[in-house]
Design a protein around this ligand. Structure first.
Ligand SMILES: [Zn+2]
Length: 526
């Protein structure tokens, strides 16, 4: 079977993403995740340009990676300097990695305009930079910068550049679509010509400015390229780099190339989400293969078909990449969505029963009121389980009072008073509490916790991580209904709950109450 090596540059090219700033700790964490995924090469950074990267290479040695080789990146030597005296090449060697990637100019226009040296000199410095690194025992990946644009402008010269790197002893000649403007059919034509002219294995490094980086990379492999560079989640400057989270399943599941094992492929979704968390950017829900919505079905007809035969609306099985099939609860939902969901919650609902009809009617009513359960699914699960009688809330609200006071320029104070009836060991107790908060929701949250925390200590673990308010009928002005979504976590699980009312405090209370009830439900406290 054909071998294709995966080369990740999340830590180097991916770190150029606007909004991303990796610490050394972040980079070490990502390297470990990439190793777990069994990526063959991890480009760690540019030691010649950045002290943070030097630190990374030092500490990366302690990682004891099982699968991946760490790679240091840099440029060819400067003109008029011997390789052994070139600070950048020296820094690459000092990084102490088994493999290195160096880039050289391939487009004649850049050689003349950016480097301001002759075309011949450029060939010379590429060849002896590679030779120098090889002499120092490195595996050398030569990145032919702007290869495709260079080839389109001056094919003879672009080929000479590859041959210079080959003469220097480069192990891989990586063809870069640095500006991301090439289309797959152009790449196909060019690679088919190039592969007849050079002997060393070819690689591909594509940027995504035409939204073609993944298809260009797939095409390159189809043409015989055996080394593919990209980043997790397609991070990178401008529109990003080729997305390894798409390329890996494409190679495995469509081209039949065993670049990582089936078991490792199941880590892909987790790695994508974890790296997004480290990057502090939300993972795009619509990202192919690994996004939250990649296998989410909403239309009722689609759902009933997918339940019978997943292949009807899914091109691959979600579990192969560690993702899951989801069905949303929305106004499009029919009976099949409801039954599918209930089954996932472990509730056995039977089609055509009064219970199911009642639940559907209630669902339609709530949706009409402005409820939407896509972000507040825990509220929906509670509704199903309460209706089915498998969950009975152990406490009920008797009343609350929320007072907001503002005197002159003094800071606003909010006090919440709450009375709840709690079941404690089959005995009804009435708890009355008060709490102050930064705002009404915070104060209510505080008062509720005071009231029931001693009886149900598990709720101490619950933290509210997000709070969103959406005005539903803005034409009604300040009398408009609002929908509040609360996101909570107990450190292990994350769940969303929803509340709707014309009163923002009441809407927030509904969402807050569901959040606490949900935690009690998963802990089996009924
Ligand atoms: Zn790049």
């Amino acid at each position: 079977m054909r071998q294709v090596k995966l080369f990740d540059t999340t830590l180097r090219d991916g770190a150029q993403t606007e909004g991303i700033s990796f610490t050394v700790e972040d980079k070490l964490k990502i390297a470990k995740l990439l190793d777990k995924l069994s990526i063959h090469y991890i480009e760690g950074g540019w030691p010649g340009s950045n002290p943070k990267d030097i630190e990374f290479f030092k500490r990366a040695k302690e990682l004891k990676l099982k699968n991946a080789k760490i790679v240091a990146f840099g440029s060819t030597r400067r003109a008029n300097v011997k390789p052994e005296d070139d600070a950048n090449l020296k820094a690459i060697i000092e990084a102490g990695t088994p493999a290195v990637a160096i880039f050289g100019k391939t487009w004649d226009f850049h050689v003349k305009e950016a480097l301001k040296i002759t075309l011949e000199e450029n060939l010379k410095l590429i060849e002896d930079s590679v030779k120098f690194l090889k002499k120092n025992g490195k595996e050398v990946i030569f990145d032919a910068e702007h290869f495709f644009d260079g080839y389109k402008a001056n094919p003879k010269y672009a080929l000479k550049v590859l041959k210079a790197a080959e003469a220097g002893g480069a192990d891989v000649l990586c063809l870069c679509d640095t500006n991301g403007g090439s289309l797959a059919f152009e790449v196909q034509e060019i690679i088919n010509k190039v592969k007849k002219q050079v002997k060393k294995p070819l690689g591909i490094h594509a940027h995504n400015d035409s939204e073609c980086a993944v298809s260009v990379s797939g095409m390159a492999v189809h043409c015989g390229v055996t080394h593919v560079q990209g980043t997790i989640n397609g991070y990178g400057e401008r529109c990003g780099n080729a997305n390894l989270c798409s390329i890996i399943p494409l190679l495995k599941l469509k081209l039949g190339i065993d670049c990582i094992s089936d078991e490792q492929l199941k880590n892909l979704t987790e790695v994508s989400r974890h790296v997004a968390e480290i990057a502090n950017l939300p993972q795009s829900a619509h990202q192919p293969f690994v996004g939250r919505s990649a296998f989410t079905h909403k239309g009722g007809i689609h759902v009933s078909a997918v339940i019978r035969h997943p292949g009807t609306y899914e091109h691959v099985k979600p579990e192969l990449v560690g993702n899951e099939r989801r069905v949303t609860i929305s106004e499009l939902s029919g009976i099949s969505n409801l039954l599918y969901k209930a089954k996932a919650y472990g509730v056995d609902l039977k089609k055509d029963t009064p219970e199911v009809k009642g639940l559907l009617a209630r669902l339609k009513e709530l949706e009409l009121e402005g409820y939407q359960f896509e972000e507040g699914e825990a509220s929906f699960e509670l509704l199903v389980k309460k209706t089915h009688g498998v969950f009975k809330p152990p406490f009920t609200l008797e009343s609350f009072d929320v007072v907001t006071v503002k005197h002159g320029i003094e800071a606003t104070k909010v006090k919440a008073k709450l009375r709840v009836k709690v079941k404690d060991k089959d005995e009804d107790k009435f708890m009355e509490t008060e709490a102050y908060g930064d705002g009404p929701v915070n104060a209510l949250d505080g008062a509720l916790r005071k009231a029931i925390e001693n009886i149900f200590p598990v709720i101490k673990d619950v933290k509210l991580t997000d709070y969103k308010v959406r005005v539903l009928d803005s034409k009604a002005g300040t009398a408009a209904k609002v929908r509040v979504i609360v996101e909570s976590t107990d450190g292990v699980k994350t769940w969303g709950t929803v509340g709707v009312s014309t009163n923002i405090i009441e809407a927030s209370w509904f969402a807050l109450l569901d959040s606490i009830e949900y935690k009690l439900m998963i802990e089996g406290k009924t």
